[in-house]
Design a protein around this ligand. Structure first.
Ligand SMILES: Nc1ncnc2c1ncn2[C@@H]1O[C@H](COP(=O)(O)OP(=O)(O)OP(=O)(O)O)[C@@H](O)[C@H]1O
Length: 308
């Protein structure tokens, strides 16, 4: 078997508490990401998804620490890597995007300056002209039409969707093999959300970039994931391919999450739903066709069947 891109083994993350006892927020978590794969981590708020990804990136704050386990990226344990080496990994080999791009963009700097900075850190040999060209090229890669003009703007002059595209441009600037996307579409409206998902899928296909996609939204999982981890209270309760998860969920928590998701597949199975949930389902069935994200899933399933 080929070596995975990322292997997380028995990861434990703890925070100190006032009474000096440690609070465990990620508990004995093990999983891997293969090259070119999209792995979704799904679970309710507080289940430990973000803490897992921040631990991978070495970005835990507020006293949070990896207290046990290992994180191996392309054969190297990131937890024991010297600081200088570790810094080289972030941004160059793996990158992260967040729900709110404004928290990562500097409001005082033009978009071109911010993208150029990332390029310069990892490629000091590039000339000014080469960097300028690469900035525009990156904006085009994230499907920004008027790339030259956008490069000259400040973050507040862009819409939320455009800012997320800029963040993706910064993340992919040095062609990382792994992108960690923490709820990158949650703050966006449905249409823009779909465009960003489709962009990430394209980048995954074209560049073979592995993606860890963190979300609480199962319709996003159905749309984008190859494999899924379900997290609850800091632990992984289920791991499956996307098709297995939706067709044959094993853990009661996964089943509960799926039941809370209005889908066409579940249209005929409403016996376990509360009256208000059935009402929501009725409303959903009246919703425009394109809002029914499960149709993507049905299409994906058909395509996978055709391929095999
Ligand atoms: N500074 C901190 N000190 C102690 N506990 C913390 C701290 N920051 C986060 N936590 C706890 O860690 C747990 C996991 O949080 P995490 O952000 O990983 O959840 P999540 O699944 O990503 O949820 P969300 O979708 O809301 O971001 C939560 O119970 C949270 O309260």
């Amino acid at each position: 078997m080929t070596e995975p891109l990322l292997a997380v083994d028995h990861l434990q993350v703890q925070f100190p508490s006032r009474d000096k006892r440690e609070i465990t927020v990620v508990d004995d978590v093990s999983f891997h990401v293969n090259k070119g794969e999209i792995l979704a981590i799904v679970g309710e708020s507080g289940s430990g998804k973000s803490m897992t990804s921040l631990a991978i990136m070495g970005l835990l704050k507020g006293g949070g620490q990896v207290s046990n386990g290992s994180i191996t990226y392309q054969g190297r344990n990131l937890l024991t890597l010297p600081k200088k080496e570790r810094r080289k990994v972030n941004g160059r080999e793996m990158a992260m995007i967040f729900q709110e791009p404004m928290s990562s963009l500097n409001p005082m700097l033009r978009i071109k300056t911010q993208i150029a900075e990332t390029l310069k850190i990892h490629h000091p040999e590039l000339s000014k002209k080469a960097i300028q060209e690469k900035v525009v090229d990156l904006l085009r890669q994230v499907e920004i039409a008027d790339a030259e003009s956008v490069a000259n703007r400040f973050p507040h002059q862009l819409s939320g969707g455009m800012r997320q595209r800029v963040m993706i441009a910064i993340a992919i600037a040095n062609e990382p093999q792994l992108l960690i996307a923490d709820e990158p579409t949650t703050a966006l409206d449905v249409t823009i959300q779909k465009q960003i998902l489709s962009l990430l899928k394209d980048l995954n296909r074209k560049n073979g970039m592995g993606i860890v996609f963190i979300t609480h939204d199962l319709s996003v999982v159905a749309d984008i994931a190859d494999r899924v981890l379900v997290m609850r209270k800091g632990k992984i309760v289920e791991e499956a391919t996307v098709f297995e998860l939706f067709d044959n969920p094993q853990h009661p928590y996964t089943i509960r999450l799926l039941k809370a998701m209005p889908t066409l597949d579940m249209k005929t199975d409403t016996k376990d739903l509360l009256p208000e949930e059935t009402h929501e389902l009725d409303e959903f069935e009246d919703a425009p066709f394109e809002q029914r994200s499960e149709t993507h899933f049905v299409r994906r399933k058909e395509a996978a069947r055709d391929e095999s």
